[in-house]
Design a protein around this ligand. Structure first.
Ligand code: 0RA
Length: 363
């Protein structure tokens, strides 16, 4: 628990800030754990609910966090994951989980920064419950509850108002991120439901009971994209008032399992003048680009020039097309996943791994 006290002392070091951004990172961290379970192939649905009581519930249909006694810690693995810093997620090895969040700090960080967390694991034929309060202290030991044939993990957390400047979540911020997550993880269904009571903007002049200016406006959004990035590019281009240069979105993917890197790309040229190239590493938006984008640009410019020369579209006396020529009107989404991403630059949103340059250029 000393670890969790460190988190409460310097929350910014773990979640960036204690403002609205940091608050929303709590949700991303919890959801990312479920996305990792989906990336491992065991989960296809994540439901997130903003509860009327201020809590956020995230439920998945994965295998459930293990409940057996941890071999070295001597308590249930789920308790270890929830209460020991850096114990979450990455154990078990294999694959390149780390879907993003604030660099996968772990669910225990969310526990540390919450006044209450209730965890339900459905696994091994039962629903198991464990509860935490006041920054990750176990207040309800793991109990084996009713029988169930379902499996999965449900996390409900209440951000600590003593830590955060505000504990109010913004539906639109979460909605946009979950839609992006769904585009980047094809076949994964993510829903977001808002059950909060909302104030009516302009109440009647004389309202007797306060309750009368409150109303429950349940909203749900539901995202599932079977073609992932291809759907993303269609979505981006549909939002613009432009013509398409070709009807079909170009989309392809490749993986080098031995070197621990995979790539998905979707692209389509439009009549726009500007380029619209979006890049991601482990589902984190790399606003500053990086090696994956460099590899893509080099390949695209080289390929178009080679094609143009081979087909006499460019004559001998003509200059090569520039990179800007090649990308004019291009909408593209590039998503790489790799085992140990290095994030660089001013905002830590520039991918640094050299392997991504050569891999993307080659594919
Ligand atoms: C490690 C091992 C196993 C499941 C998980 C982690 C897991 C963690 C989270 C966090 C949110 N949802 C999750 N779902 C699964 C299972 C290992 C096994 O069953 O063999």
């Amino acid at each position: 628990l000393e670890g969790l006290e460190a988190v409460r002392k310097r929350p910014g070091m773990y979640i960036g800030s204690t403002g609205p951004r940091g608050l929303h990172h709590l949700v991303y961290e919890v959801v990312d754990n479920s996305v990792d379970e989906a990336l491992a192939g065991y989960c296809d649905t994540i439901n997130v609910t903003l509860q009327a009581d201020g809590g956020v519930r995230c439920e998945d249909n994965g295998r459930g966090i293990p409940v057996d006694i941890h071999p070295t810690e001597g308590k249930p693995t789920v308790e270890v994951v929830m209460t020991i810093l850096h114990a979450g997620g990455k154990f078990g090895g294999g694959g390149y989980a780390v879907s993003g969040g604030l660099h996968g700090v772990g669910i225990s960080v969310v526990n540390a920064l919450s006044e209450k967390v209730n965890t339900i694991v459905r696994r091994q034929g039962h629903a198991w419950r464990i509860g935490f309060a006041n920054g990750g202290h176990t207040v309800q030991e793991l109990t084996k509850g009713e029988e169930t044939e379902l499996t999965g993990t449900s996390q409900t957390f209440y951000p600590d108002p003593e830590i955060f400047e505000t504990t109010e979540f913004d539906f639109e911020t979460l909605r946009a991120r979950f839609q992006q997550m769904a585009f980047l993880n094809k076949g994964l269904r993510i829903t977001l439901t808002d059950e909060r009571v909302q104030e009516i903007e302009e109440p009647e002049a004389e309202v007797e009971e306060e309750i009368e200016n409150q109303v429950v406006k349940p909203r749900t959004v539901d995202y599932l994209y079977k073609d992932g990035l291809l759907d993303y590019v269609k979505h981006l281009n549909a939002a613009k008032k432009i013509e398409l240069v070709h009807d079909e979105v170009i989309a392809f993917e490749s993986e080098d399992a031995a070197r621990g890197i995979s790539l998905e790309i979707a692209m389509q040229w439009t009549s726009a003048y500007a380029e619209s190239v979006h890049t991601y590493a482990n589902t984190i938006n790399t606003h500053e680009g990086g090696t994956h984008e460099e590899g893509f640009r080099a390949a695209l410019t080289g390929l178009l020039n080679r094609y143009a020369r081979d087909n006499k579209i460019l004559r001998e006396k003509d200059d090569n097309l520039t990179g800007e020529d090649a990308r004019e009107g291009l909408t593209a989404v590039i998503s790489v996943k790799l085992s140990e991403p290095q994030f660089e630059g001013q905002t830590k949103t520039k991918l640094g791994n050299s392997i991504a340059r050569g891999f993307v250029q080659g594919v």
